[in-house]
Design a protein around this ligand. Structure first.
Ligand code: GLY
Ligand code: MN
Ligand code: MN
Length: 477
């Protein structure tokens, strides 16, 4: 017999934000509409698993983004179903952890099925340990099963097990769904267009991250400690994120001193920030499930040197032109192409690409000579995930035939309420054939933008300083 008292209903987890729940209900209705277009069926969606770090220590838990998008529910060991009729009417069903007085002492409060159904607006809810008996019956005689392909390890065999349990009822007259679809397809497309609530959260996440970048610049500005290291700036970021209520960084923060900035996936380490060298900081918080993603590059001590400034101005101009190209009706690749032209011209002007290698901008682009200094793309979608979901190709458009026979998919057309990053850079590793003044300089400038209806975009991260004078001013207090 348990010695632990039953959990008190007065002790329950924090109530969800009603604005979020309204959006989740609208999203479920939209998903149901899309599923009904192919005859209806059942959508099945688990949240993310908990992951053990070592022995009794877990990695911090983070829900699955698709699951949260439709449910607003953040507890682990949960799964939801959306049962959709051919007329798009639907029922939502949650499986979640049952209340457990003993476990709640150790791991924290749980909603339990009854309170979760009530609080999150599901039509029904069951304990997750009933899933193998309850779920097959919910699949009886449904035309199709939608589930996220290739996302959750082990889900495919569980799905096959549940379908097998339905097939075992054939003699009772029940049929199993005969078609399976990838649930990510409609959800990726829905998530690509942010609703007003999502944009509001993303504006807040961006504002917190902008403050964090200012804080970092001040810490590395005039009067910075002599032994200032990358991890000190990472600490400033974390302080600013958590202090403002963000749950965590949206990705591992990059704080890269000097030559480390030329390592694209560098993480904040121990390197000393040498006065007069550049520091690249790529960091953004996650707030209520939404990411921000900002890069700023600044001079330790607060004054750009001549060569640093020359390259910085090139990247800044490339970024400004890429932002100007981020508008409804343009292609996803247009900002990249706009940035590339500025970078190419800049690389020629400053002598990093010699005129005998490429005579002009078109030559730099055709030969790919810029790739030595700029080897990544300018943008990615941003949302719940830092590299958010969403197709980069425009559906229904024929690929472009390239010289040499290769085919290039037609890039996605930008539309209102898509959110993307704009993040050009230049990375100059020391080499004998390059002017020494530019050696080991790595610069990236990254903002998050929302495509607006009226031919431009909103820069969510405009409050993070990026002009040379503005940065120097902030760094001098
Ligand atoms: N911070 C990851 C990226 O910029 O893509
Ligand atoms: Mn990015
Ligand atoms: Mn970034």
């Amino acid at each position: 017999m348990s010695t632990v008292a039953a959990p008190s209903p007065a002790l329950s987890p924090e109530a969800p934000d009603p604005r979020l729940l309204r959006q989740c209900a609208l999203r479920r209705a939209e998903l149901a509409r899309r599923i009904a277009e192919s005859g209806g069926g059942v959508a099945l969606l688990p949240t993310a698993p908990e992951r053990m770090r070592n022995r009794d220590a877990d990695y911090p838990y983070r829900h699955d983004s698709y699951f949260y998008y439709l449910s607003g529910f953040t507890e682990p060991q949960s799964l939801m179903l959306l049962v959709v009729e051919p007329d798009a009417s639907h029922r939502s069903i949650l499986f979640c952890r049952p209340r457990d007085a003993e476990r709640e002492i150790w791991d924290g409060l749980r909603f339990g099925p009854d309170a979760a159904r009530e609080a999150f607006g599901f039509d029904a809810a069951f304990a997750i340990d009933q899933i193998d008996t309850a779920l097959p019956a919910l699949l009886f005689d449904r035309a199709a099963l939608w589930w996220p392909f290739g996302v959750h390890e082990g889900l495919e065999s569980r799905v096959q097990g549940w379908l097998q349990a339905v097939r075992a009822q054939a003699r009772a007259g029940h049929r199993a769904p005969s078609v399976q679809y990838d649930l990510c397809m409609p959800l990726d497309d829905m998530r690509l267009f942010k609703d007003a609530y999502e944009l509001q959260v993303m504006r807040c996440a961006a504002a917190i991250s902008c403050d964090a970048h200012r804080r970092v610049m001040r810490a590395a500005g005039a009067g910075a400690a002599a032994d200032l290291r990358e991890y000190h700036l990472e600490a400033e970021l974390l302080h600013a994120f958590r202090r403002a209520g963000a749950q965590s960084p949206a990705y591992g923060s990059i704080v890269a001193a000097g030559a480390n900035a030329c390592i694209l996936h560098y993480r904040a380490g121990n390197a000393v920030l040498r006065p007069g060298s550049l520091c690249l900081v790529d960091a953004g918080c996650e707030l209520d499930g939404y990411a921000s993603d900002i890069t700023r590059t600044f001079p330790v001590g607060g004054r750009f040197g001549g060569a640093q400034r020359e390259l910085y101005e090139i990247v800044l101009q490339a970024q400004r032109e890429a932002i100007a190209a981020s508008r409804a009706g343009a292609r996803f690749t247009d900002p990249h192409e706009a940035a590339l032209r500025v970078l190419a011209q800049g690389l020629l002007d400053c002598g990093l690409i010699r005129r005998d290698v490429a005579a002009d901008v078109d030559g730099v682009l055709q030969t790919g000579a810029y790739r030595r200094f700029y080897m990544h793309r300018t943008s990615h979608w941003l949302g719940m995930d830092v590299h958010d979901c969403g197709d980069y190709a425009e559906a229904g458009e024929a690929p472009r035939q390239l010289p040499g026979g290769a085919r290039q998919p037609a890039a996605r057309i930008l539309r209102e309420s898509m959110v993307l990053t704009i993040e050009p850079g230049l990375y100059v590793r020391a080499a004998d054939d390059l002017p020494p003044a530019f050696h080991d300089i790595g610069i990236r400038i990254e903002d998050d933008v929302v495509v607006r209806a009226l031919g431009d975009c909103e820069v969510l991260t405009a409050a993070a300083p990026k002009g040379v004078a503005e940065i120097e001013q902030v760094m001098h207090g």
